[in-house]
Design a protein around this ligand. Structure first.
Ligand code: PGA
Length: 303
C-alpha cells in the first residue's frame, strides 16, 4: 500500500511541477472584495473531484460504480471516492486504475486501542485507502466533533501521509448575519493549528468549502459566492503560511454541486474541484462532472 501512496504522491507532484509557476509568478492575491474574476495564479493546481457517498450504496452498486468510472476519461484530474468504511475493501477489490483514490469519511486519530466502533488510519491503509474527509459539517453537527478533535485528526492524517479533505463552512444564520468570513477564518486557524514543522506538502492537503445551507438542499452557492469565500480562505492560509504555500493547496467547493453547475463553478480561479454528495451517487453524473471540470481547467491552463 505504501508503494501505491508513493506513486500517488509522485503523480500529484509531477503533474503540479509541470503546471507550477516559477516562484516569481506567484503573486499575492488582491483583497477578498476584489478577487472575483481576478486572474492570479489561475488554475495551477491539479483539479480534484471527490465523491462523498455518506451513508449510501451497497456492495453491488459500489462495484458497478467503480467499473463505470474506470471507463471514463480522467486525464489531468484527480478522482476520489469517499465511501462508507465497509465498502472500501469492495471498491479496492474492483479498482484497477491507480489514478482513482479511495477515501474514508472518518477515522480516529490513535494507532489502536479501546475505541469501540472506530477505525484507525492503519486499518484504512491496510485496505487500500489513501484519503479521508475531516470535519464534514455532518460530523461536526450530528456527531459533535469539536475544532480541537478536528485539528488533531488533520495533524494525524498529514503525519501519516494521507490526503485529508478538511471541510469548513458557515450555516445559513451565519451567512445571513454577515459572519461567514469570521467563521471560515476560525475553522481554518483552529483546524490547521496542530500542523508541525516541517509543513506538509501543500499538494497533499485539501480544503473543502461547503456552506451548510447548500449541502443536500439543491441551493448551490453562486460561483461568485463560492469564489469569494474560497479566495478568502486562501488568503487566510497565506497569512498563516505563505502565498507560495497557499497557492499550492487545493480548495474544493461542496454543496449541491452537480453536472449542471460544475462547469460554471469550476471556471472560477480559486475553485479547484468539488466535494460531491448526492450527485456522486450516480456514476454517469459523477463522471460528467469529472470530464467538465477537467475540460474547464484544461482551457484555463492553456490560456
Ligand atoms: P451535496 O453534499 O452535494 O449532496 O450537497 C455535499 C457534501 O456534503 O459533501
Amino acid at each position: 500500500m505504501s508503494d501505491l501512496r508513493t506513486i500517488i504522491e509522485q503523480l500529484v507532484r509531477q503533474t503540479l511541477q509541470e503546471m507550477a509557476p516559477s516562484s516569481s509568478d506567484i503573486k499575492p492575491m488582491k483583497a477578498v472584495s476584489q478577487t472575483i474574476n481576478s486572474s492570479h495564479n489561475y488554475g495551477k493546481r491539479l483539479p480534484l473531484v471527490a465523491a462523498n457517498w455518506k451513508m449510501n450504496q451497497l456492495s453491488g452498486s459500489a462495484k458497478a460504480f467503480m467499473r463505470e468510472i474506470q471507463l471514463k476519461d480522467r486525464k489531468n484530474i484527480q478522482t476520489l471516492i469517499c465511501a462508507p468504511h465497509i465498502l472500501l475493501p469492495v471498491l479496492a477489490g474492483e479498482k484497477k486504475e491507480t489514478d482513482i483514490l479511495l477515501g474514508a469519511q472518518n477515522f480516529y486519530p490513535e494507532p489502536s486501542g479501546a475505541f469501540t466502533g472506530e477505525h484507525s488510519l492503519d486499518m484504512l491503509i491496510d485496505v487500500g485507502v489513501q484519503s479521508v474527509i475531516i470535519g464534514h459539517s455532518e460530523r461536526r453537527n450530528l456527531f459533535g466533533e469539536t475544532d480541537e478533535l478536528l485539528a488533531k485528526k488533520l495533524a494525524y492524517a498529514v503525519d501519516k501521509k494521507f490526503l485529508p479533505i478538511f471541510c469548513i463552512g458557515e450555516n445559513l444564520k451565519e451567512r445571513n448575519d454577515g459572519s461567514t468570513f469570521r467563521v471560515l477564518q476560525n475553522q481554518i486557524l483552529t483546524g490547521f493549528a496542530g500542523l508541525k514543522n516541517p509543513l506538509p506538502d501543500p499538494a497533499m492537503i485539501v480544503v473543502a468549502y461547503e456552506p451548510i445551507w447548500a449541502i443536500g438542499t439543491g441551493l448551490t452557492a453562486t460561483a461568485e459566492q463560492a469564489q469569494d469565500a474560497i479566495a478568502f480562505v486562501r488568503e487566510k492560509l497565506a497569512d498563516r503560511f505563505s502565498w507560495a504555500y497557499a497557492n499550492s493547496i487545493r480548495i474544493l467547493y461542496g454543496g449541491s454541486a452537480n453536472d449542471k453547475n460544475a462547469a460554471t463553478l469550476a471556471a472560477k480561479p480559486d475553485i479547484d474541484g468539488f466535494l460531491v454528495g448526492n450527485a456522486s451517487l450516480n456514476a454517469t453524473t459523477f463522471a460528467s462532472m469529472i470530464e467538465q471540470v477537467a475540460a474547464v481547467k484544461r482551457k484555463v491552463f492553456a490560456s
